[in-house]
Design a protein around this ligand. Structure first.
Ligand SMILES: *Cc1c(COP(=O)(O)O)cnc(C)c1O
Length: 371
């Protein structure tokens, strides 16, 4: 039987960035926002964000979330409103900033934090809310207009867009023009994978300047620590891989979009909707890291993980258990979480990797049909 692994990260081969490595040998600059890092940031800002706002690289998205939250949180705030249906890095980052996660239920349609509930909790808690941290679930285009209005009303917003880099919609790259901050991950398992790395974007240049200062030991221009900082700098070696990945990315994105399209087509052909299966409800051209589906109401994702495992197909259940079910986070406040509980029981992450072909996709989906 053919083995289908869940992910097979396929980063750019070393031959493609030898030229950049030679430049490091020449410059003898290895970190501290060196020339390759600067070139990468400038290209991202120009090629993906139309030179609106600013970006800064970080060594991973978890540090990026910590920095972004720390630099915008309201001084009297206690709570960071966020979904429970996210990766544990989101609540962890808030806790490192001295805040308490406050979990809010998600919307059954798009699996993102429920905006109506955010409004209700904001009304109830006022400026005890330090920051709102929505997650752009699996790369979906969150309703940026809603969050833009929150920022304009004085409520800071940090979007966990860990799996969103490269996703472009009608108005350009996801997050473009947003006045809060948007945090992307470049972990090897993400679609734009470098090993470890990340990026923070904001249309607010001053916000990025303060995030960058905090990420460089809180140093002022005079190398005096004036704010609580840490070290989030990306090395020039990673920047070399990043530049090479930028060149390779259009092709990688096409492969992933093709795989998603095969999943959608086969899903329809096999009538999985009629069997109670659900794809994420989105028209966005998402460059999926893996393919999220909901198994039928009343069934459990883990049963399907086992069913697939018997057929040598590897599947996962991101993000289940949801954060509020994990021991560190159990004591934090939350709204009713019935949608989160339902979706966390049913979410199934199906394999995506760039060399997958149409037959592999068919094999995976057929594997879901119990015989
Ligand atoms: C991957 C991921 C992160 C963490 O990113 P790192 O770069 O590995 O720190 C945070 N949040 C979500 C939703 C993620 O998927």
């Amino acid at each position: 039987m053919k083995k289908i692994p869940f992910l097979r990260p396929n980063l750019v081969k070393h031959g493609t960035f030898l030229n950049y490595l030679s430049q490091i040998d020449q410059s003898r600059i290895y970190s501290n926002y060196g020339p390759l890092n600067t070139l990468f940031e400038n290209r991202i800002l120009n090629e993906h964000f139309g030179n609106i706002g600013d970006v800064t690289t970080v060594n991973n998205a978890t540090t990026g979330l910590m920095l972004a939250i720390s630099q915008c949180k309201r001084p009297n705030g206690i709570y960071a409103l966020m979904p429970s249906f996210t990766f544990s890095a989101t609540p962890l980052a808030a806790i490192w900033c001295g805040l308490e996660p406050y979990f809010i239920d998600i919307d059954p349609d798009d699996w993102c934090i429920n905006e109506q509930l955010i409004n209700e909790v904001l009304y109830k808690l006022g400026d005890k809310v330090a920051v709102v941290v929505p997650y752009a679930t699996f790369g979906i285009h969150l309703n940026i207009d809603y969050y833009q209005r929150l920022v304009a009303s004085g409520v800071p917003v940090v979007i966990d867009a860990a799996s969103s880099f490269g996703n472009t919609g009608k108005s350009g790259h996801f997050g473009k023009g947003f006045l809060g901050s948007v945090v992307f991950s470049f972990h090897a398992t993400k679609s734009f994978g470098l090993g470890e790395g990340g990026l923070i974007y904001s249309a607010n240049k001053n916000l990025i300047a303060s995030i960058r200062q905090a990420g460089n030991f809180g140093f002022s221009m005079k190398r005096e620590t004036t704010v609580q900082g840490l070290n989030s700098k990306m090395s020039e070696y990673t920047a070399a891989i990043a530049l090479s990945t930028l060149d390779a990315f259009p092709k990688k994105a096409k492969l992933r979009q093709q795989i998603r399209q095969w999943y959608v087509n086969k899903f329809n052909l096999l009538n999985l909707h009629n069997e109670g299966w659900t794809l994420q409800n989105t028209d966005d051209n998402i460059i999926y890291q893996f393919l999220p589906v909901l198994c039928p109401e009343g069934s459990r994702n883990l049963d399907y993980v086992n069913l697939l495992a018997h057929q040598q197909i590897e599947a996962r259940t991101y993000f289940s258990p949801a954060c509020h079910e994990q021991s560190l986070f159990q004591s934090y406040s939350h709204t009713a979480l019935s949608v989160t509980d339902n979706i966390a029981t049913r979410i199934l992450s199906l394999p995506v990797w760039e060399e997958m072909d149409e037959e592999d996709v068919t094999h995976v989906l057929r594997g879901l049909i119990k015989r």
